[in-house]
Unconditional design. Structure first.
Length: 245
């Protein structure tokens, strides 16, 4: 016959049950943490570019992914308007990673893909870091056919990290440096409310499309985020070109 105390056995059972519940809770918590970390890891692979939820319910799929404009008069674009593919690039002039892309990767992509007529690049400016003035200045240079040159000059002088403060005097100095033909017009355009409105509209549109970090790139319905290595961009563009050939 057993001499075990029923009360003691019940107490041990409750403790064991409590330990099991705690262990299960810890395991579930760790799973949630791991899943969150995996979801926030940057990826070098392209992922589908999705429109904002408010747009997806009312627009056909082909219209959702048609972000490229192919406007022959777009001063913010590089390359043949009839190029097989268009890469849309979102950029902020105070973004250090945008500067890295501009300095290290863009010149090679222009040489290998844009100058050969295979790719057109359309730039969309955003002001995620709270200052629209640099983007307005680039558009002012664009009014005189020097948007790309202005963007390149600003990024060439950008620091390796942080968001540089670009005072009005600096913006004018960049225009003088790259040889904007009519500096008086450039200075006047810095205060053009229509240019400011266009920058704000571009920023809002980007956020509605789900673009919340820069640099960000879209070709068709595929997207690439960040200043990725050159070979990642080559694979990104080569894959898109193969699909249209």
């Amino acid at each position: 016959m057993s001499n075990a105390n029923p009360t003691a056995m019940e107490s041990k059972y409750k403790r064991a049950k409590l330990i099991i519940v705690i262990l299960v809770a810890v395991v579930l918590f760790l799973l949630v943490v791991v899943a969150a970390q995996m979801a926030t890891q940057p990826s070098a692979q392209s992922t589908p570019a999705q429109p904002a939820p408010s747009e997806s319910a009312s627009q056909p799929q082909d219209e959702q992914t048609q972000i490229a404009l192919r406007d022959p008069d777009d001063p913010m674009a590089l390359g043949d308007v009839d190029a097989p593919i268009v890469m849309v690039q979102w950029t902020d002039m105070r973004c250090p990673y945008c500067a890295v892309f501009s300095r290290d990767t863009l010149p090679v992509l222009v040489e290998e893909y844009v100058d050969t007529g295979d790719v057109r690049i359309e730039v969309r400016d955003v002001a995620f870091f709270g200052d629209e003035a640099p983007a307005v200045a680039a558009r002012a240079a664009g009014n005189q056919g020097m948007f790309a040159e202005y963007l390149s000059a600003v990024y060439e002088a950008a620091p390796e990290s942080g968001h540089p403060e670009l005072a009005r005097e600096q913006l004018i100095a960049v225009a003088e440096q790259i040889g904007v033909p009519d500096i008086d017009k450039f200075v006047t355009d810095l205060d053009d409310p229509e240019l400011l409105a266009l920058v704000k509209e571009s920023t809002t549109t980007a956020q509605q499309l789900g673009v919340n970090s820069v640099p960000f790139f879209v070709v068709g319905n595929q997207a690439l985020s960040g200043a990725q290595p050159l070979d990642v961009f080559r694979e990104f563009l080569d894959t898109a070109l193969a699909e249209v050939q």
